[in-house]
Design a binder for this molecule. Structure first.
Ligand SMILES: [Ca+2]
Length: 137
């Protein structure tokens, strides 16, 4: 667990730093691709969402959501990522969608810094956004 202070600018600067952002998203993709076939299946992506509370928070899903609703929710998220309806999410689709999600989170955060407690995840994009910001000071 780590606590970071983060605001919309921190997240947006990170997304706009194409090299740093792509590298981080690619690392996350590689970690999520459990069977190493180069794409994320429905279940691999679902595992990712369950560990990234980030997305549930962003889409306003609370922990009390019944399991059957969550299944529908994860299906709709998968369809968002799988832009070409191939049944799997490739690296390019993952980058594009994570970029949209991070920018939406940046808009949601606005200019008020908040303290955020992050799970101990070496691939957390918000953690990397905060690290990038810290490295500039
Ligand atoms: Ca896979």
């Amino acid at each position: 667990m780590g606590v970071v202070i983060i605001d919309g600018t921190t997240v947006r600067d990170f997304v706009n730093d194409a090299a740093a952002f792509t590298k981080s998203v690619d690392e996350q993709f590689t970690a999520l691709d459990l069977n190493k076939d180069g794409v994320l299946s429905r279940s691999e992506l679902r595992t990712a969402f369950e560990s990234m509370r980030l997305i549930e928070t962003h889409f306003g899903i609370d922990v009390a959501t019944p399991p059957e609703n969550l299944a529908t929710f994860y299906d709709s998220i998968f369809d968002k990522f799988d832009g070409d309806r191939s049944g799997a999410v490739d690296r390019h689709e993952f980058r594009e969608e994570m970029k949209k999600i991070m920018l939406a989170i940046a808009d949601g955060l606005g200019s008020f810094p908040i303290r955020m407690v992050l799970e101990d995840d070496p691939n957390s994009l918000l953690q990397k956004a905060a690290d990038l910001e810290a490295s500039k000071i």
